[in-house]
Design a protein around this ligand. Structure first.
Ligand SMILES: Cc1cc2nc3c(=O)[nH]c(=O)nc-3n(C[C@H](O)[C@H](O)[C@H](O)COP(=O)(O)OP(=O)(O)OC[C@H]3O[C@@H](n4cnc5c(N)ncnc54)[C@H](O)[C@@H]3O)c2cc1C
Length: 407
């Protein structure tokens, strides 16, 4: 990771900022928080620890560093945000449930009423509110415009009936932003509304679903005659698709951060190879064949990083967000998956047991084998979701074909 920061040619002010960040992280990152981060298999560290970390960040005024300053953002430059991101990865800070902070909040800022902004944004920042994303339904994922969950108008309220599925961390969330069908029109996306719903509303039931990696990462959420005030409409009634478009730009963006995260994973992979034997008395990292595969991985990583830097430069020059970032997303997800495959090869049969209990921040059982073998298998399985969640690769390819290549 050091090489990434060294390449940045920091000014003396940026260097001072980096020191400030490092000091903060050294003071606040405990072994428990680091362990929670290390054993994050998909998108969220053990919830309690992510929550704890958000409170620490908030106290320092860094609860959502990328938000506009008027809403509680840090007011940092792009370079400061980059330094922050790299240092956080290096310090292994926990992943916080981010649907509220990164997806819902930008929509509230753009489409929300003053009351909605004043009520919801501070709660997201402080970690009082945790949001789930209620878009996908049984049979409706890639083409969200076909969604079926009904919202019948009844005076000042909507009455919701239907269900949402694959809703990440809905069992931890106290609020959910939902797409609902409240009307109809000539186009498929007409008649969709965007609602901000409390998870403790009567009629909501949450059923966790365990993933192949053994973790309850997502849920099915049932809505039976759930009454929601119309004051919780974000944007206009039946025009929720405008909000969705804005949100998806955030969900598909973030190329720069992605390549930095990949470097973090690459370093982990190298560490595993340093700890493993080559089966002939040496270290796996010194094995010629494994070394070649690591080198190939590094080259792919450099390519992703280069493309990501290029996009960032264009963004800095004021160019509008480009659909090319979807190509980068596809590539990054594949590189991440390949890394988990290589890690599996490194640990061999020790990778087979899932060992959920041993991976907990406070372990429930002793691990089978050394600690470093606990991660590859669940990480490998967890990352399979990388080419599905947030839109499948096929859909991203379609978008690139249509909007970038003009096919
Ligand atoms: C880990 C994880 C977390 C998730 N979290 C959330 C969440 O928090 N909230 C939420 O709302 N959803 C969430 N999802 C759901 C996710 O958004 C959907 O799974 C995804 O959009 C695909 O939809 P689907 O599962 O209905 O598959 P389908 O849309 O039924 O697709 C099935 C297959 O057909 C292909 N396909 C479909 N249409 C086309 C086409 N036009 N051209 C080419 N191929 C096509 C797809 O690529 C896929 O391979 C999550 C999913 C995962 C895996």
């Amino acid at each position: 990771m050091a090489d990434l920061l060294d390449d940045l040619n920091l000014t003396s002010e940026e260097q001072m900022f980096r020191e400030e960040v490092r000091e903060f992280l050294a003071e606040n990152m405990t072994d428990e928080l680091r362990r929670a981060s290390h054993f994050t298999m998909w998108a969220l560290s053990e919830f309690e620890y992510g929550k704890r970390w958000q409170k620490i960040l908030h106290q320092r005024g860094w609860g959502a560093v990328h938000w506009p300053k008027e809403y509680g953002g840090a007011g940092w430059t792009r370079m400061q945000k980059m330094i922050w991101h790299i240092e956080c990865i290096q310090a292994e800070t926990p992943s916080v449930m981010s649907m509220g902070r990164d997806l819902c909040a930008p929509c509230i800022m753009k489409f929300g009423t003053e009351e909605q902004k004043a009520f919801f944004l501070p709660r997201i920042l402080s970690g009082e509110d945790w949001w789930a994303q209620g878009f996908s339904e049984p049979g409706v994922g890639s083409d969200l415009r076909a969604l079926q969950m009904r919202a019948e108008s009844d005076g000042d309220e909507f009455v919701l009936n239907g269900s949402k599925i694959w809703t990440s961390f809905a069992d931890h969330a106290n609020r959910i932003f939902c797409l609902v069908r409240s009307g109809s029109g000539p186009k498929k996306h007409d008649g969709i509304s965007f609602l901000l719903v409390d998870m403790d509303s009567p009629g909501i039931e949450v059923h966790p679903i365990t993933t192949i990696a053994g973790d309850p990462e997502f849920c099915q959420v049932f809505f039976n005659d759930v009454r929601v005030s119309k004051s919780r409409l974000l944007g206009k009634e039946n025009e929720g698709w405008d909000v969705v478009r804005h949100l998806l730009a955030y969900e598909h963006g973030g190329g720069g951060g992605r390549s930095v995260s990949l470097f973090g994973r690459y370093n982990w992979l190298r560490e595993v190879a340093t700890l493993e034997s080559d089966g002939a008395g040496g270290r796996l990292i010194d094995d010629v064949d494994f070394g070649r595969q690591l080198a190939e991985m590094r080259i792919e990583l450099e390519a992703v990083s280069f493309a990501s830097d290029e996009l960032s430069k264009r963004a800095r020059a004021g160019e509008p967000p480009s659909r090319v970032s979807e190509l980068l997303a596809i590539r990054s997800r594949l590189v991440s998956q390949k890394m988990t495959e290589l890690a599996m090869r490194a640990v061999g049969r020790y990778g087979i047991p899932l060992q959920q209990g041993a991976r907990k921040v406070i372990p429930e059982v002793d691990p089978i084998g050394p600690e470093h073998v606990l991660k590859p298998m669940p990480f490998y399985l967890g990352q399979r979701a990388g080419t599905i969640a947030g839109g499948t690769d096929e859909i991203h390819h379609n978008n690139v074909a249509r909007h970038v290549l003009g096919l």
